[in-house]
Write a protein that binds this ligand. Sequence first.
Ligand SMILES: Nc1ncnc2c1ncn2[C@@H]1O[C@H](COP(=O)(O)OP(=O)(O)O)[C@@H](O)[C@H]1O
Ligand SMILES: [Mg+2]
Length: 331
Amino acid sequence: MTSTFENATDVVGGTESPAPTVIAIATQKGGVGKTTTTVNLGARLAMAGYNVLIVDLEPQAQAGTALGVTLGGQEDEQAAEAELRRSLGYILQMALQSFPRAHLQEAMFDRTDEVLEGFDGHGRLCLLASEEASMSAAQNAFVTKPYKQTATLRHLLLAEARGFDFVLIDTPPAVSHLNAVALAAADYVVTICIPEYQSIKGALVLSAATHAVETNTGGECKPQLLGALLNRSNPESKWTNQDVDIRNGMVGDGIGAEPGRGLFPFFTDVRKDTRISESYIYGKPAVVRFPNHACGKQYTAVVEEILDRIDLPREKWTIADPILLEESADA
Ligand SMILES: Nc1ncnc2c1ncn2[C@@H]1O[C@H](COP(=O)(O)OP(=O)(O)O)[C@@H](O)[C@H]1O
Ligand SMILES: [Mg+2]
């Protein structure tokens, strides 16, 4: 896409452009809404005028699908190969070996016109796309390399994603080594809970893993947990004991968390809504399709909280109060 490259050279503007703020959306488990959250928050930031790069570090490549990009589908063999050389998995493999590869600004897909058509005052929305075979090979390559190479993606983004205000990384579950690559690349980490007990435990494991990156990378990478988002939540009228326990487990230091290592839940949660899941097949996130519906407003509110938290010290973050059940209210 020539337009990507032309815009990119304007945007790169040499190394004096500030480095982007990198946010990884990460959980221990799959299926909780990482990809959905990444594309909706990314699109909402771009709707607000920020230049946003979405980085798909997940071999399943679903962030690409959610933004209308699928790599490797071309019939012409040469064209398909050229496209695969733009995949993040291929670029990471080449970067690990210091082999020639595309600059990130050449490799990325500019989705601005397709996804944000009809909105005024928006920024750019670009995607570094994933493809299964090359990303799985990249994951294997990281496993065989010394731990300090975990910072490879961070180095690439700081050097070549200049001109973007935000980079949002969609990640595979924490069992994958690529998850460590994402955490090391991030300034901030947003984790996700769903209304199921295991998700709190998973979020605490992720919080600890985030904290450990600084030690593991010899102080080079210092990601901070920005907070936990409750996704696929139920309306208050339908809360069960489990819903209440999950909400309370997210508040403060959480159940069984080390002091100061809690989940810092966002005030806003994102409700379960088929508009969100169905948007996937339209190649446009729900926040773009339904900006004024409840789901669009929830993502807008989460984006506002994220921006506030990035600007404020942690002591000032607004966090929901624990919920008292009727029978325990007097206890
Ligand atoms: N708030 C929501 N309401 C309804 N469906 C959701 C919501 N968030 C995610 N989903 C759906 O849940 C499934 C898992 O979400 P996904 O973002 O793919 O999770 P992950 O990336 O963590 O594996 C998808 O089918 C997605 O459409
Ligand atoms: Mg996913």
